[in-house]
Write a protein that binds this ligand. Sequence first.
Ligand SMILES: [Zn+2]
Length: 177
Amino acid sequence: MNIATADSRLSEAEESGETIKDSAFMREALALAREAWAAGEVPVGAVVVKDGLIVGRGFNAPISGHDPSAHAEIRALRDAAQRLGNYRLAGCTLYVTIEPCAMCAGAIMHARIARLVYGAPDAKTGACGSVVDLFAEAKLNHHATVESGLLAGECGGLLSEFFAERRVQQKERRGED
Ligand SMILES: [Zn+2]
């Protein structure tokens, strides 16, 4: 009885430690999303983590890179694969502020990411349940478990603020004409 209680307390402590770590990595992804905003890009950020260390970072940059595939997740996967010298990122976790699109979900599967953690859902392009759920498709061979909602308010809020600011700027520009 006592042992069982001690065990359950231990697992609770481990779980909360895991949550703290997850939040810390998502905050790194949020910092990258702010870098995207500073560069005039839609603010999305991502990090790849292996054995508790960040091995890849990326923020959204399709406009500046003249590259439709330069989403935060793709750039973080490329960064991690280069650093690890392996196109397969087995055992890695990808943290991203916004629900991945179909392209990024595909790349996550090809990279064999073990765990995907995203913040806010994306009603327009989300491919992890919002528009489609590619990870629920049994015919697609993937290795990732998917978790959502981590710091969702901050992750989604950043995006809403960005678009609100852009609408104001566009209105001002129209006013000047
Ligand atoms: Zn994407």
